[in-house]
Design a binder for this molecule. Structure first.
Ligand code: MG
Length: 376
């Protein structure tokens, strides 16, 4: 029986993680979890899974849970308490944004394996997180479909033989639009992803291609590769989740229907596999798979991400922080779709990079850029 903690239990990945636990009661038990402000959902989770500890965002919401037989904590200290809860064998970190960083590091220090869905953790502090994971002998298991694919392709391989990894990109909601057509797209259009059903932030990130940019940086740290060995390709069907090319020209790909429960289950069950109900891949029915060279002028956020990781230091922190703010401004109807990338580009150009930042510096730069008021 593997005991699981979940940060971000009320989000899309968190809920699908709960689904896996529900479907495999012999294998997994939920012992700890954190939500933001979804208190009704927290009650349902407590009633169904009887975990030992829950964290909520605001202290005022704790009262609502006082009648349950469970330890209730809150705020950042609460997230850290849940992340490092002594009974956790594995932590599914499905929280959104860089707030996931400190709890992840704390869990690593307690020797708890991490199923990582929180991209920002590696984007802002990849070097630090991977160093700590090595030091404490902790596995970082990717939950993102692309990284899970690469992880599966590399199973049993010698990493020295990797020629390159090829991350596939669906192109998001606007893949068929030109740049001039992008000037006037609406929020509603942007939230309509062709393949995956996900949260709002990641759906917008997919439309700007920043999501792929974050994934490239994430892959660099997870698989310890120079950025030159990480390629992206447009693949609109999202059937090949990513590929690895080896030095002998062989390419191994991982395929499947687009369903996040597969990579979550694999992270939970690794190195074993468990049976799963769900739609199976029918290649004959699909007929054709399409691929197209990545267009960095069309998808400029992806270009920014490559630039940010090449520059290194605090640059990816700034890119990520400004992106988080800009996406929120777009969701609020305050700026246009293309303003997102304009803001990121401008702030990256003006940032004076600090190389090899420690945790405090990373968090300070992150908080600074998130608290700024941006004008377009
Ligand atoms: Mg992904």
């Amino acid at each position: 029986m593997k005991k699981i903690g979940i940060l971000g239990a009320s989000g899309s990945v968190g809920m699908q993680g709960l689904d896996i636990i529900r479907q495999h009661p012999e294998e997994y038990k939920l012992v700890s979890f954190a939500v933001g402000r979804s208190i009704d959902l927290a009650k349902e989770i407590i009633e169904e899974f009887s975990p030992a500890i829950v964290s909520v965002q605001n202290e005022a919401d704790k009262r609502e849970l006082q009648d349950y037989d469970i330890e209730v904590v809150h705020g950042e200290a609460g997230l850290i308490a849940v992340a490092g809860y002594p009974d956790n064998d594995m932590l599914l970190n499905a929280i959104l944004g860089s707030v996931g960083l400190r709890p992840t590091l704390h869990a690593i220090e307690q020797g708890i394996d991490i199923a990582l869905a929180n991209k920002e953790t590696l984007v802002v502090a990849g070097e630090l997180v991977m160093q700590q994971a090595k030091k404490y002998g902790v596995n970082i298991l990717p939950v993102d479909s692309e990284h899970s694919a690469i992880f599966q392709c590399l199973n049993g391989e010698n990493p020295d033989n990797i020629e390159k990894i090829i991350i596939t990109a669906s192109g998001g909601s606007f893949r068929d639009k030109t740049r001039s057509e992008l000037e006037n797209v609406t929020l509603e259009d942007a939230l309509n992803h062709p393949n995956w059903s996900m949260g709002q932030k990641i759906t917008i990130d997919s439309a700007t291609m920043m999501n792929k940019g974050l994934e490239v940086i994430e892959a660099k740290w997870l698989f310890d590769l120079p950025i030159e060995k990480i390629e992206t390709i447009l693949h609109q069907e999202s059937v090949i989740h990513s590929m690895v090319e080896f030095n002998d020209t062989s390419v191994i790909a991982q395929l499947g229907t687009p369903d996040m429960r597969m990579p979550i289950l694999y992270a939970f069950s690794y190195p074993d596999r468990l049976p799963r109900q769900g739609e199976r891949l029918d290649l004959a029915k699909l007929g054709t798979l399409n691929f197209k060279e990545m267009d960095f002028d069309r998808f400029r956020c992806l270009k920014f991400a490559y630039e940010a990781i090449k520059i290194g230091g605090t640059m990816p922190v700034v890119m990520n922080a400004v992106n988080e703010v800009a996406v929120q401004m777009f969701l609020n109807g305050e700026i246009s779709f293309l303003d997102i990338e304009r803001l990121i580009e401008r702030e990256m150009q003006q940032h004076e990079v600090i190389q090899h930042p420690d945790l405090e510096t990373i968090l300070k730069v992150d908080a600074d850029y998130k608290s700024r008021h941006y004008e377009v």
